[in-house]
Design a protein around this ligand. Structure first.
Ligand SMILES: [Zn+2]
Length: 133
């Protein structure tokens, strides 16, 4: 899928990334949890496994390959459910330590050598505060 910014829109740095477990906080999938399968920072959206499913009507079509019997294989048509991108602001990261949805804080690794200074995310729950990655 081609992702382009509209005029006046700039790429946003997402706080979540691929593989993160998130909880949906608004919309029809509110309360559901899933893992991010694709992050789209350019449009501030994420795609989550099993959430915000759209039904795509797919026509049966020949794959171009030939099966063992010599007959051309046909891709099955019908309705296919697949996740559509949704706004990143509608999801909250689930802390892998305390398993609660949380806001995200940042901290730095305090390395002796400057190049090792790397940002990492932390859980904002006061009684947790553990590093997320
Ligand atoms: Zn936590």
């Amino acid at each position: 899928m081609a992702v382009k910014n509209k005029p006046g829109e700039y790429p946003v740095s997402l706080r979540v990334k691929k593989g993160d477990e998130v909880e949906v906080i608004s919309g029809k999938d509110r309360g559901k949890r899933g893992h991010i399968i694709r992050a789209l920072p350019g449009i501030n959206m994420v795609m989550i496994e099993g959430i915000n499913l759209i039904t795509k009507h797919q026509k049966a079509q020949a794959t171009g390959r030939q099966g063992r019997t010599g007959v051309q294989e046909v891709q099955q048509g019908g309705r296919i459910k697949k996740p559509a991108p949704m706004f990143a602001a509608k999801v909250m990261l689930v802390c892998p330590q305390c398993h609660r949805p949380t806001r995200i804080g940042y901290a730095y690794h305090t390395g002796e050598n400057k190049p090792a200074r790397r940002k990492y995310r932390i859980c904002k729950h006061p009684d947790c505060g553990k590093a997320i990655d």
